[in-house]
Design a protein around this ligand. Structure first.
Ligand code: PMP
Length: 361
């Protein structure tokens, strides 16, 4: 049998493992921070109608500039953002890959603050960009001075700031983001994949875009919009940045069906986001109940919670899986991460983990 070693693979990809969160069919899947609420039926019907209307035209390539979708995304974001500031791709993973293709590459470096989203080093590897993992402060926080010091020390071409951070849930203050921007000579991306789950009134990095042409704010429809299966991520930045990203995208990268579906969801954004409040309630409930059980639940502005105080994460993971509950071992010692699901899913997780709890404090 041919193995990878037998292939003329790029040297810098040898020995690497692909992204691989388990995809298992279980009753309670709380492992990849999806929105576990299904699409409301009336929205689904509207989306099907839009796709049906797009189908006869798929003999032609789709609108390469995804004009209607860019307008809808700009409207959704608000803050005076215009459609020439919007970029989109098949998931924010692809958006981030475009950023690395345009601004990274061989001889260049991407800096992130670990532990952070596990795809960042993989996206760096795939584009031949160096990866620098800077440290966080206690409890995974990042002060303005910590961010600025690491960026000044390494002077990376690209900085990824994940806020709220996956897998820890930690939000970053606007002070930390602007300090990072001021310290950086390259582009600074704030990955706001989970922004809609932050406490109401939390300001977005979108409010910092004005006058900061190297600042990019990426978002996704995969989480709050419950649209992970469609694959639609986007970013807002100076129009010159979107021009730079056009240099690396594949022609017609967003299919006509993706554009139709995403425009349909955005036309119903209030209804699509109605579940966000309920998910926040479940997240706060997880933090409170895990703390009562004696675990150390970290503060989270996202739709998941990282909790420490787990003696043997592998054993707890397997025990829960045996009961049909899939959560995530993200490789941080003595911790596990769980997505806030529906009330019933969250109750199932909390009931199962209560039996395995360390000594209650
Ligand atoms: N950024 C972060 C922080 C994420 O957690 C994820 C998904 N887990 C993504 C980006 C990518 O999401 P998508 O490609 O579905 O938009």
């Amino acid at each position: 049998m041919t193995s990878l070693d037998d292939l003329p693979l790029r040297d810098d990809l040898r020995g690497r493992t692909p992204y691989g969160a388990p995809q298992k069919s279980v009753p309670v899947a709380l492992n990849v921070n999806e929105n576990t609420h299904p699409i409301p039926e009336d929205v689904a019907i509207d989306i099907v109608g839009r796709i049906a209307r797009a189908i006869p035209g798929v003999n032609r390539y789709p609108d390469r500039e995804f004009t209607g979708l860019r307008n809808a995304l700009a409207d959704y974001l608000g803050h005076g953002i215009t459609s020439d500031q919007i970029w989109a791709a098949n998931g924010s993973n692809e958006v981030l890959q475009h950023v690395l293709q345009a601004f990274g590459g061989p001889g260049r470096a991407l800096l992130g603050f670990a532990p952070t989203y596990s795809m960042y080093p993989l996206l760096a590897a795939g584009t031949g960009t160096g990866w620098i993992a800077a440290d966080r402060d206690a409890d995974f926080e990042i002060t303005p001075s910590t961010a600025a010091a690491a960026i000044r020390e390494h002077d990376p071409d690209i900085v990824f700031l994940c806020s709220p951070n996956n897998p820890t849930g930690t939000p970053l203050s606007l002070d930390t983001i602007s300090a990072a921007y001021d310290a950086a000579s390259g582009v600074v991306v704030v990955d706001e994949a989970y922004a809609e789950f932050a406490p109401a009134g939390t300001p977005s990095a979108l409010t910092l875009l004005e006058g900061r042409p190297r600042l990019l704010v990426s978002r996704t429809m995969s989480k709050a919009f419950a649209f992970a299966g469609v694959r639609l991520g986007y970013l807002a930045a100076d129009p010159a940045v979107t021009d730079a990203l056009r240099l690396v995208r594949l022609p017609y990268h967003l299919s006509a069906l993706t554009q139709a579906a995403a425009e349909g969801a955005l036309a119903h954004s209030a209804e699509m986001l109605a579940m966000v409040d309920e998910i926040r309630i479940q997240r706060d409930r997880i933090v409170a109940e895990l703390t009562t059980l004696g675990y150390e639940a970290y503060r989270s502005s996202a739709n998941f919670v990282l909790f420490g105080g787990v003696d043997d994460p592998g054993a707890v993971f397997e025990e829960l899986l045996g009961q049909g509950i899939l959560i995530r071992d993200v490789g941080i010692p003595h911790t596990l991460r769980v997505t806030a699901g529906t009330e019933a899913e969250t109750s199932a997780f909390l009931a199962a983990i209560a039996v395995l709890a360390p000594v209650a404090r």
